[in-house]
Design a protein around this ligand. Structure first.
Ligand code: NDP
Length: 419
């Protein structure tokens, strides 16, 4: 039995909390700590009567290492599951290493202000050395490997769906289907409709920063940079249908090509409707996606954070979203000298997710794997001191838990490839 401290109480955390409560055979205690205490209280109210897991709540500023360390010392968790903002990854990792607590997150570190001169300088150097241009990457988090090794605890990075499940799909494909993997295309399709002209299905700020960021893919040991939204394909997704998808930078490419250096090319595509793209472009053109503070009526505001306050909260989209997601990886490689292609994917229905836990499928497909990561570390099935990405552990127990935790997957041994 273990004690888990969840940081954040938004869309993804709501699902992870529900799934942790379902597994009261693994998690004896849960502390929900976030910026808005009333949201943590509402979660406790919702789930406490249905679980033996003892739930407590706490207001916290995840930017403040002293506050996080104090809370860890009071609650004494085995695991800190970070489901807040990626801006806080470094502070939370430092606190975990200091207090010898396992750490899990679902998105790679990025700074709140991408024009901060100290970060900018490191980033420009890293981009030059590595050749990619997106604002989020693993470099800084990986540099805490020694700190976690010395502390004897695990930091597990990118434990959502993509990164997360997609990372495990690669390890699983390598273990069971291929001697060598040459090409991987990660496809993230949200065929859901929430009825709004413009809304994001996870944290608005992070979503818009990710999608408007310069894009790239990996080929023959190099990153190939391309302008945002400049590579478009159509794909007929099983159980969803034909969708337009666009190439983006995504952090799992960075870790997967490091951990599987045989991969010659890896690309990441996400589907978007025209209304989303038109709104995003317009907001970008007028400066609303900026993350550098501006002065307005004597106050400093960050345009993208102001925009977030005007847009629908992704955690409230559940009731009105219909349709399905299809997220997975298409692999090309060799087994016993023969070429083969497979597609490993999950289909998740927005309304089924809503009926089970009260959330739409994007929060569901992220919160469920986050709980699975915590469960596997709690049980000592995944263990190691240092900083890891999910593909570095045995994929089988994770894949089994996906099937029993609401995210069953399929393997298509004759998929249509992306050109
Ligand atoms: P939300 O905005 O719904 O939730 C973020 C939570 O963090 C909110 O509860 C917010 O508090 C809290 N928070 C923000 N700042 C602080 C702070 N300083 N101190 C304490 N708490 C704070 O986001 P999502 O749930 O949609 O996303 C959560 C994470 O999951 C993000 O990092 C996102 O990038 C990642 N993600 C990963 C995916 C994957 O597949 N790997 C897919 C989707 C998301 P408040 O309630 O007051 O706003």
């Amino acid at each position: 039995m273990s004690k888990v401290l969840v940081i954040g109480c938004g869309g993804v955390a709501s699902v992870a909390i529900a799934k942790i409560c379902q597994r009261d055979d693994i998690f004896s205690h849960l502390c929900i700590a976030s910026r808005t205490l009333s949201k943590c209280g509402a979660m406790k109210e919702k789930w406490q009567s249905a679980t033996k897991t003892q739930i407590s709540t706490k207001k916290i500023d995840a930017n403040s290492k002293p506050q996080v360390v104090d809370l860890i010392r009071q609650f004494e968790p085995d695991i800190l599951l970070h489901l807040g903002m990626p801006y806080h990854n470094i502070v939370l990792m430092q606190a975990c290493a200091e207090c010898k607590v396992h750490y899990i997150d679902t998105a790679s570190y990025e700074p709140e202000d991408t024009n901060d001169p100290v970060w900018r300088k490191q980033y420009d150097k890293r981009c030059k050395e590595k050749g990619f241009v997106a604002y989020f990457d693993y470099e800084e988090q990986w540099s805490y490997d020694k700190a976690f090794k010395d502390a004897g605890v695990t930091a597990l990075l990118g434990g959502g769906f993509d990164p997360g499940v997609t990372s495990v799909f690669v390890a699983y494909a390598k273990k069971h289907y291929f001697d060598t993997i040459e090409y991987v295309d990660i496809l993230d399709c949200n065929g859901g409709d929430h009825g709004y002209p413009f809304a994001t299905n996870f944290n608005t700020e992070i979503n818009l920063r990710e999608v408007s960021s310069p894009a790239d893919y990996y080929e023959d040991g190099k990153w190939i940079p391309v302008p945002a939204m400049s590579i478009k394909r159509q794909y007929d997704f099983p159980e969803v249908g034909v969708k337009d998808m666009y190439l983006l930078h995504h952090e799992e490419i960075e870790s997967l090509t490091k951990n599987f250096p045989e991969i010659k090319r890896m690309r990441f595509y996400m589907t978007f409707g025209q209304s989303y793209l038109t709104h995003m472009k317009c907001l970008e053109d007028v400066g609303m996606l900026q993350s550098t503070p501006i002065e307005f009526n004597g106050q400093h505001i960050i345009p993208i954070q102001f925009l977030k306050t005007l847009m629908p909260d992704p955690s409230t989209l559940g009731a009105r979203t219909v349709g399905k997601t299809n997220i997975g990886c298409i692999f090309t490689g060799y087994k016993d000298g023969k070429k083969r292609n497979i597609y490993i994917y999950n289909v998740c229905d927005h309304q089924e997710s809503y009926r089970e836990v009260g959330s739409q499928a994007i929060s569901y497909t992220t919160g469920v794997p986050a709980m699975i990561c915590a469960a596997l570390i709690s049980k000592g099935i995944w263990k190691g001191a240092g900083v890891f990405n999910l593909e570095e552990f045995d994929p089988d127990p994770f894949m089994e838990m996906l099937n029993t935790s609401g995210l069953p997957w399929k393997v298509d041994e004759n998929p249509v490839l992306v050109d």
